[in-house]
Design a protein. Structure first.
Length: 247
């Protein structure tokens, strides 16, 4: 049987899973969290939990997939590295599903080191929407406990992590996206932030809503650019799958 393995957790991964379900294409979708699993459609088999390269390799060998599609987050560099390595171990066809970019607003930085250096040139209050994975590196921001507000997913584990890293619990906003312009405005106003930090998350990641909220509030926007990579659009990957099925 022709069966796909999709590493998801993004809007693009969900859309591909929906296409498979609607088209009767057999697919397993691997996601890291219960939240990611809750967004997936009926008709696909959901595998929930983080996997390392060895576990991915074992899964691929056991299930004998026809193709592996990496639809993880653009900034999940380690996950993509592990998926590629597992595909090399098993000889499976690997495809990277890319998220469409948005025109960036305000200033841009290439990495977390450049971002922290830029934030250390000011005393302004900052609202970070980079998520929990950025918390350790953001402690390099001068006076981060006083200056930084962080927006993260609602999770007792993440809250405990932020406490352990020295963040002020009163400055932690725990909410699930996607966020509207109005919600972003409310968060900027609540934090009194003069700087909004975000990833280059694209339209599906709510980038334009954050940019508009920053404009309304008169806050500077700093965008952490995504790593450069090669891959295919959702439409291109669907075309590839359809061609393989027609052989």
């Amino acid at each position: 049987m022709y069966k796909l393995l999709i590493f998801g957790g993004t809007t693009e991964g969900r859309l591909l899973a929906e296409h498979c379900a609607e088209s009767g294409i057999s697919a397993d979708v691997s996601v890291a969290t219960d939240y990611g699993a809750s967004l997936l459609p009926e008709g696909v088999n959901v595998l929930c939990g983080r996997l390392d390269t060895e576990q991915m390799t074992a899964l691929m060998l056991e299930k004998k997939y026809a193709m592996v599609i990496d639809a993880t987050h653009p900034y999940a560099v380690e996950a993509t590295k592990n998926i590629k390595a597992a595909c090399e171990n098993t000889g499976l066809h690997f495809l990277r599903l890319l998220r469409k970019s948005s025109a960036s607003q305000g200033r841009t930085v290439r990495d977390m080191q450049e971002l922290t250096a830029l934030l250390n040139c000011t005393d302004a209050t900052v609202l970070s929407t980079l998520g929990s994975k950025a918390l350790p590196e953001l402690t390099n921001v001068r006076n981060y406990r006083e200056r930084l507000w962080i927006r993260v997913l609602p999770s007792a584990e993440i809250l405990e992590q932020s406490r352990g890293l020295g963040y002020d619990e009163a400055k932690v906003i725990q909410e699930k996206g996607p966020f509207t312009v109005e919600q972003n405005v409310a968060h900027i106003q609540k934090s009194c932030a003069k700087i909004l930090v975000t990833k280059e998350s694209g339209e599906t990641g709510g980038y334009s809503e954050k940019a508009e909220a920053a404009r309304i509030c008169g806050a500077e926007m700093i965008t952490l650019m995504r790593p450069a990579e090669d891959g295919c659009s959702l439409e291109e990957i669907i075309d590839i799958i359809e061609r393989e099925l027609s052989k």
